[in-house]
Design a binder for this molecule. Sequence first.
Ligand code: BGC
Length: 737
Amino acid sequence: MRRLIFTAGLCLTLFGATRALRGDAGRDALEARVDALLARMTVAEKLGQLQQLDGFAEGDFRPEHLELARRGALGSTLNVRGVARVNALQRAAVAESRLGIPLLFAFDVIHGYRTIFPIPLGAAASWDPAGVERSSAIAAAEARAVGLRWTFAPMVDVARDARWGRVAEGAGEDPFLGAAMARAQVRGFQGDDPAAPGRLLACAKHWVGYGAAEAGREYNTTDLSERALREVHFPPFRAALEAGVGTFMSAFNDVDGRPASANPFTLTRVLRGEWGFDGLVVSDYESVRELQAHGVAADEAEAAAVALRAGVDMEMVSRLYVRHGAVLLHGGRLDLATLDQAVRRVLRVKLRLGLFEHPYADDVPESDVLLRPQALVEAQAAAARSLVLLRNEGGLLPLRRDLRRLALVGPLADDAQALLGSWSGDGRKQDAVTLLQAVRDEAGTGVQVEHARGCGIEGGDEAEMQVAVDLARRAQVTVAVLGESAEMSGEAASRSVLGLPGRQLELLQRLHATGTPLVVVLMNGRPLALPWLAENVPAILEAWFPGTRGGPAIADALFGDVNPGGKLPMTFPRSVGQVPLYYAHKRTGRPPAEGKYTSKYLDVPVTPQWPFGFGLSYTRFELSGLSLSATRIPTDGELEVAVDVRNVGARSGDEVLQLYLTDVAASVTRPVQELRGFERVSLAPGATRRVRFELGPRELGLLDAELRFVVEPGAFKLRVGQDSTSGLEAAFDVVAR
Ligand code: BGC
C-alpha cells in the first residue's frame, strides 16, 4: 500500500507555520535584549523571575509582594488587579529593583471579566467561532482596563466524562470543535499582538490530558496512549499555538507515569521540539510542589529539579524553585543552562508584551470600559446563540403571545449568581438579569407572571413545593428553571450522579401532574442524564450558565424573538453508567446489535439521550444537493463538498451544518466518525444557502502504527447533517499518486 508520509517540513507548512516560528530581525533584537539582561542577573534574580505568587481574592497584593518585587524576587502575580494596586506593585519592581524587570499580572479571565458571557461549554454550543472571538476580545479589553496583562485561558482540555466538573470550562468532547474554539479564544484575547491596547496574553491549559481524569474524578490519574494524546488531546492545543498563544500551563494530572508538570515528553519533546513553542510554560497552582504527592520527588528540592528540567518555566504559588534552585545548581543537580533557558522564556514573553516600554496600566476610569452597552449587547447575543432546544413536542415553544397566566418556577428562575457560572472573573450578580426579571419585562402588561421557587437546588420543603404546584395549577403554561448551582461544575466539582440535584425531579413530576403544559429551562455546567424529562416534558431548553445577560436571552427564546440554534458540544447520556459516552468512539469487533454477544448493556440502550451536535429549532431545515468535487482524489489532493440547506419553516432561524468523515478501512483502527467541518448559517423562511467544506490531507490523514502522519489510499464515507446521527451521505476514494 502506498501512502503519503509527510516530512516534518511539509507538516509544518500544512499545519500553518506560526508567527512564533518565523525568524526575523525583530526577533534577533529581542533575543539580544534577553541575553544582555540574563548576563547581568544573579541566580537569585533569575529564580525570582520564575516565581508567580497569589494575591488576595478581591485583588490586593500581599505586603510581602512589595518587598519581593523590590529585591527582584518576583516575576508575576495572579489575582492582583485594579490599576492602582497593579501600578503600586509594578513600581516596586520597575523603579526600585536593581534591574527593573517588570511584573506580569495574571488572572483567570475565562468567560468574561466583568461582563460575563456563557460558560465555555455554552459558548461551544453556539458553534460560532466568530462570536466566541468577539466575546473573548471584550473580556480582554475589560481585563486590560484593570491592569491585567495575562489570562489563564483558554482551557482547551477535551473532556468526555460528564462527571468531571471542568467540562464546563472547555469546548466539550470533540478535538475538531475544540480546536476551532481554542483558535477563536486565542484570537479574541490576543488579536494579532497581545501587546496591543485592549489585548491580553493567553494561556493554553491544562497541558495535557487533564480532561481524561479516570472516573471523572477531579485531579485523578489518566491512562492515555500516545495515540490518544496525539489524536484527541493535542489538537486544540496545537490550534491555540497556531493562533499564536503566548503561554501554556502544565496540568495537575499525570500522563503515562510522569506528572504533566514534570513530563519531558509533553513539555519538551512535543511542545518545544516538535512544535517549536518558545513562549513560557507556567505550572498549575502548586503543581510543582505536588510532584511529591505524586511520588516522583522525594523532597521539595527534587520536585523543583524535575519540573525545571522537564520544562516548567514559571512556578505558580509554591516556592520550590526560589527555595532550592541555588542549592540544586551548587550541587550539580541542575544546570545553569536549564535555569537560563526558563528565565529566557519568561523575559522573552515580557519583552514581547512591551512591558519594559510600558510597564504601567493606563489610568482610565474602570467604569469607562467595564459593562459597556455594546458588551452587554454582545453578551446577550452570545447567550442567545448558546441555547440548545432539546425537545419541543407540539410546538409548545415559542410561547403564545396571547398567554395570560404564566407560572415561572424553580430554584434557578431568579438566581442571579447561578447565571454567571463558575470562574466568573469579577462578574457581579447585581449586574446580571435573571429570567424572572426578563420575563416580567418581556411579557409586558398582558401576561401575569407568577413566581415561586418550589425548592432549592439541593433542598426544599413541602410548603415551598406546594406553592409552586398551586401556581402551576392556575397557570396556562408552567416554565420551570432547573439544574445545578454554579459551584456544581468547574474546578473540584465532580459528580457521581448526573440527574437533577435535590428534590427538583420531584418538583417537576408534581408540576407535570397538574396537567398544565410544561417547559423546562436547564442551567447546568455539564451534560445531565434526564431520562424522565426526555420522555415527559414536552419542551426543554438547555441554557448552560448563560452569563450577565442570560435572563433576557432565554426570555427572547421563550417568546420567539430568538430562535434557538445551538447544538450540543457534548453527548447527553441516558444514564451515568454509560459515561464516558462520545460520538467519535472507536469501533468494536462486535458492534451493538440484536444478538447477545455484542457490545452493549443489559439495562440501558447504547445510544445517548441526545447526541453530539444535536439541537432543534422553531423552524425546519432541509438538506439537498450534496455534491463532491471528485469521487477519487490523490493522497495530497483536496476535495470540495457542497450542500444546499433550506429553511422550509415559517420563521428565520440558524442551522449548524456538520460534516462527519469515516475512514472505511485503514492500517489502524479509527473512530466510527469524526467531525471535519461545520458552519452555522442564518436563513430567512424559504431561503436556501449552498454551504461548502474543504477536505485536504489534514482532514483525511491519520497517525499510522508508528504514529507518523500519513494519508492512506482507500475508501471514505462522509455525511453532512444537522447532528452526529443523520444527514446526507456520499462516498469517495483516496488513491495513490
Ligand atoms: C486551576 C487553573 C487556574 C489556576 C489559577 C488552578 O487551580 O486548575 O485552571 O488557572 O488555579 O487560578
